[in-house]
Design a binder for this molecule. Structure first.
Ligand code: GLY
Length: 386
């Protein structure tokens, strides 16, 4: 309990910087518990990474060596998702289309298969519920896959939600619970008095008092001034280009979330199919490039040739908030009254429920849920001289 921030008797004023899925989820949980919450976003709520996201809840299929703690966090959040989705839909009246077909990671060639088998052996050491499907078993699930593909890893618990509907539902739920939303109001600084954050300053020069400030500004989190440089989260934008195709919803050519070399495909119930995503270190560059589109469509076509008949409905650019170790930054920092909820990188939608619950708990009770203990800002702070 590093901040001594438990204040049960009076209503706390909480400011959240950033109204994406992470900020909105925290606001919802805080407002449900009676806190006075105001969210600030420099744009319209949910139009950053939350809008460009794929909505994959992929705790297992994407598990990589060295990310064991992150996989555990993802699995915990994945387990929260069914109840989180049901509660959110009931309260908000908005469907968020949690689809539970699972995820297929397709091997196109024998080389791909050998690589996936090697990876599968590692994933099994973590006890993840994934299995190898033969080509025939894979095709039974997805008949339109490329002829000659070698099979797939099936991850039955890696589901998906419609991230844009999720934003709408969180917005409705948070505001119904009493959270206030101030859009198109950019925060320039965190206000500090002594050793404590006491509010924020907006770009128009006005200031807003807060008992606690939650920094949930995604890829923009590092740009908020007012705190020492070492206390700014080491988060940078990782550009992703995505393409939205349109299927006939009555005859979809894909039902599972699909990974293949160089691409993932995410079918929505309404017939949209998201094709993603590039991973680029280009700062906040919003250019849609021929190379990006070419590589995504080529990789998508190799695994699912029938996409060539589909209309391109939309393209989008998103900026993943990537931290130095690709894991989120969750919890208190050295400055009392400032809580970090950023750096979710590829996993913002997956980690939304556990982030919302654990950050609300930290803000209101002053306790750090053990599941986020390894993800504090402390891991990036310079060592204190002895
Ligand atoms: N979570 C999907 C992506 O980052 O591209």
């Amino acid at each position: 309990m590093p901040q001594g921030n438990s204040r049960h008797s009076t209503q706390q004023e909480i400011v959240i910087i950033g109204a994406g899925v992470v900020g909105l989820g925290i606001a919802w949980r805080l407002a449900q518990r009676g806190a006075s919450v105001t969210l600030f976003d420099k744009n319209q709520a949910g139009t950053g990474a939350s809008r460009a996201a794929a909505g994959m809840l992929a705790a297992c299929a994407e598990a990589e060596p060295g990310e064991e703690e992150l996989v555990e966090l993802g699995r915990r959040s994945q387990a929260l998702w069914p109840d989180f989705a049901a509660e959110l839909e009931e309260i908000s009246g908005e469907a968020i289309d949690l689809r539970t077909e699972g995820t297929l990671v397709v091997a196109l060639t024998a080389d791909d298969q050998a690589r996936l088998a090697h990876h599968l052996a590692f994933q099994r050491t973590l006890g993840l519920p994934i299995e190898w499907l033969s080509a025939a078993q894979t095709r039974q699930r997805e008949p339109h896959l490329a002829a000659g593909m070698a099979g797939a890893v099936f991850s039955p618990t890696d589901h998906q939600v419609d991230n844009r509907q999720l934003v709408a539902a969180l917005l409705a739920a948070a505001t119904q619970a009493g959270a206030r939303l101030r859009q198109h109001e950019a925060v320039s600084d965190i206000l500090v008095e002594g050793e404590r954050a006491v509010g924020i300053r907006l770009e128009d020069g006005s200031s807003v008092h807060a008992d606690q400030v939650v920094l949930a500004a995604g890829a923009w989190s590092r740009d908020i001034e007012g705190v020492a440089r070492a206390e700014r989260p080491p988060v940078r934008p990782i550009k992703g280009q995505v393409i939205m195709l349109r299927m006939d919803p009555a005859a979809p050519i894909l039902n599972h979330v699909l990974w293949a070399p160089g691409v993932y495909l995410v079918p929505r119930r309404d017939g949209r199919m998201l094709v993603g995503a590039t991973v680029e270190e280009k700062g906040f560059d919003t250019t849609l490039t021929a190379g990006g589109v070419l590589s995504l469509l080529e990789a998508a076509w190799r695994v699912l040739p029938a996409i060539e008949e589909l209309a391109i409905e939309e393209t989008a650019i998103g900026f993943r908030p990537g931290s130095r170790d690709d894991a989120p930054i969750l919890g208190p920092g050295p400055l009392a009254g400032l809580v970090y909820a950023t750096g979710h990188h590829r996993n913002g939608i997956l980690l939304a429920p556990i982030t919302a619950d654990s950050i609300a708990q930290l803000v209101l009770d002053g306790t750090i849920d053990p599941s986020i203990a390894a993800f504090g800002m402390g891991r990036f702070m310079p060592p204190v001289a002895a």
